[in-house]
Design a protein around this ligand. Sequence first.
Ligand SMILES: [Cu+2]
Length: 246
Amino acid sequence: MTNESLYTRRRMLSLSGTAAAIGLAGCSGSQAESDGGSESTEEHSDSDGHNETESHDDSEDEHSEEEESHDDSEDEHSEEEESHDDEEEGHGEDSHHDEEVGDPTETAQVNMITTDGTYHFDPHVARVKVGGTVTFHNESGSHSATAYHPENDQPQLVPDGAASWDSSLLSEAGATFEHTFETEGVYHYYCTPHETVGMIGSIIVGEPDAHGQPALEEPPQDKPESVTKKISELNAMCNEALGHGH
Ligand SMILES: [Cu+2]
């Protein structure tokens, strides 16, 4: 089984356990809670026998997983422990290099996801044409999509002259927020409650030159390491996407 399918499986399992997941604090600092239950998680997904083929189809599996996920509260901890491994291996970088950023499109959707102890934007790097619209869609949990922009009391990690945006907190599943990007370039944005646990994403607008993008310079050093590390990963993904564009 590949890392990717395990990752997706964990996400699918956790979608139905949202209530429990929200109670968990962040994605770090809980290794002490591990209780050696990770084996059962693996067997769980193997016994389904269909995880390999359906790894991209979250919605259909939500219900079938639901009954199972309620009676394995023990697994919550083991899965959280596993997510630490991802992080040490370059959370995002390795596991998300598979995310094809692709060419700019008129519209894009970014899902805001709560899993067991982790929170992320999916995809981490989205791309639209100049004048394109991104829809931020709250899949689970409570999240915002907020630009790193002085108007949000943040360092400027958006193109010079670019408009700011802040969705404010989206707490209901299915809630959406749209922003239209009129300025070409690279944008970093974050989730207000989860920035410090690495819930940060990027939008590439158009075909910008990677040079001269404020977002792609050294991450702001007054931020916690969890934030600068995540921004560095996103920068690598954005640079790679832009490099392939030429
Ligand atoms: Cu969040």
